[in-house]
Design a binder for this molecule. Structure first.
Ligand SMILES: [Zn+2]
Length: 300
């Protein structure tokens, strides 16, 4: 018999084991694929040369175990960023996602000082207008590039760079899954908030705004299908995604969760995965969450 997914136990949790693992400092030691790094250098050097020349900064290239970074940050900040990047990476190894991590990963990070240039570069790969992305975007994960890469803006607020990195890294890890946007973003927010629990948190969202957004059934379809994702209210979509994903993490075993990810796909918005594990269908499940008078986790 299938279980019923209940919001009753939801605490906005971050799995305690993940934090203890972080403290223990566990990390797999991996050899980067050097030919790949070389090829990456060649491709990016071409395109980046111009971008950085215009920005008036010299580019540094630095490598750690799992990352190679192109940036005009000064070397102290750059060393700090790589150290943090490795910490973020190690977080995945103590989460259910460790089951799916390709251990040969070398993750390219490209930082732009100038936001316009960042968007120019990104436009080679992403239709920004069509996705309602622009100057308020702090970073991207580019999956359609020659080699998947993370693009970040060298924000004056250094910690904003780290926060964006912790988020985009999740998208990188999940890149081959063809997941529904809400699962992809929900996991990215979950990992972001392990390191940045308060800053920029969308953990809890405004129930009035939620009900208003949800008044139209079309919005639920858009949320699940992910096509008009960036046109919906971000505070709401990200908040709901994060909550749903954390609920699944809490409710399912690691094995079940990984199976859920394998069944879930972008085309059906995760509907099939949901009904594989739970009673009822995902769409009505969400509709019911926002029925007036229903007691739910959003009332904090
Ligand atoms: Zn994201």
């Amino acid at each position: 018999m299938k279980a019923r997914l209940s919001f009753k136990s939801y605490k906005g949790f971050v799995h305690p084991e993940w934090n203890s693992y972080l403290k223990a400092g566990g990390l797999n030691h991996l050899d980067p694929r050097s030919s790949l790094v070389k090829e990456g250098l060649r491709v990016w050097a071409e395109r980046l040369k111009d971008a950085f020349r215009f920005s008036g900064n010299s580019v540094q290239v630095k490598k750690s175990k799992h990352f190679i970074v192109f940036s005009s940050l000064e070397s102290g900040e750059l060393a700090q960023l790589l150290k943090r990047a490795e910490e973020f990476y190690s977080q995945f190894m103590s989460s259910p996602l460790k089951e799916i991590i390709d251990e040969d990963l070398v993750i390219p990070l490209i930082l732009f000082r100038d936001k316009e240039l960042m968007l120019d570069y990104t436009e080679h790969y992403v239709d920004l207008k069509n996705q309602n992305l622009g100057l308020n975007t702090a970073g991207f994960f580019l999956t359609s590039a020659e080699y998947p890469q993370i693009i970040l803006h060298e924000n004056d607020d250094y910690y904003a760079i780290e926060r964006t990195l912790s988020h985009e890294l999740t998208h990188f890890i999940l890149r081959d899954f063809n997941l529904p946007v809400w699962i992809d973003e929900g996991l990215a927010m979950t990992f972001e908030h392990i390191h940045f629990p308060k800053e920029g948190s969308m953990n809890y969202f405004d129930i009035k705004e939620a009900e208003a957004t949800w008044a139209q059934r079309a919005n639920i379809k858009a949320f699940l299908n992910g096509k008009a994702w960036n046109f919906l209210r971000p505070k709401f979509t990200y908040g709901l995604s994060e909550s749903l994903v954390q609920l699944l993490l809490e409710d399912l075993t690691t094995k079940e969760f990984i199976n859920f990810l394998k069944i879930a796909n972008y085309q059906d918005g995760g509907r099939k995965a949901f009904s594989t594990f739970y009673e009822g269908n995902l769409e009505s499940y969400i509709v019911n969450l926002f029925k007036p008078g229903v007691e739910h986790m959003f009332a904090l």
